[in-house]
Ligand binder design. Structure first.
Ligand code: FES
Ligand code: FES
Length: 153
């Protein structure tokens, strides 16, 4: 079946299996930032924005996304022009292996889009579903608060 959607600002038409997961479709479409961790909605590594809302793409059938607007980290920034949240993650050392970072960045962006001045508790709650096995959680909270304090999202 054909799927029409927008990925990182570009209109795309993709041929998909009716039961294909959005996670797999996005990766096949070149969005390798979308990571598969648990595959069951528990780790947040596969998080993307669907029409501005963070969702775990391992739990979404691509066919449910007809006409949707999808944002992955590829649409947030580039190595040459990183998003302020990406800069803040680097500045605060909120990354080691990096596997969790795309999902965390997406969750952080969703938070700052709806709440530009979050509290520590707001950040903790927003990133609650994004597990990290190596860096831990304090540094990324500092990074999100720093990006917010600069009025960047
Ligand atoms: Fe989707 Fe873990 S891979 S939540
Ligand atoms: Fe390695 Fe988070 S930086 S899992």
């Amino acid at each position: 079946m054909k799927l029409h959607l927008t990925i990182n600002g570009k209109a795309r038409t993709l041929e998909i299996a009716p039961n294909a997961l959005l996670l797999d479709v996005l990766r096949a479409a070149g969005c390798k930032s979308v990571k598969k961790g648990c595959g069951e909605g528990s780790c947040g590594a596969c998080a993307v924005l669907i029409n501005g809302r963070p969702r775990n793409s391992c739990l979404v059938f691509a066919a449910q996304c007809e006409g949707a607007d999808i944002l992955t980290v590829e649409g947030m920034g580039t190595p040459e022009h990183p998003h302020p949240l990406q800069e803040a993650f680097i500045k605060h050392g909120a990354t080691q292996c990096g596997y969790c970072n795309p999902g965390s960045l997406i969750a952080a962006k969703a938070l700052l889009d709806r709440n530009p001045s979050p509290t520590v508790e707001d950040v903790k709650e927003a990133l609650d579903g994004n597990l990290c096995r190596c860096t831990g959680y304090v540094k990324r909270i500092e990074a999100v608060l720093d990006a917010a304090s600069l009025g960047k999202k």
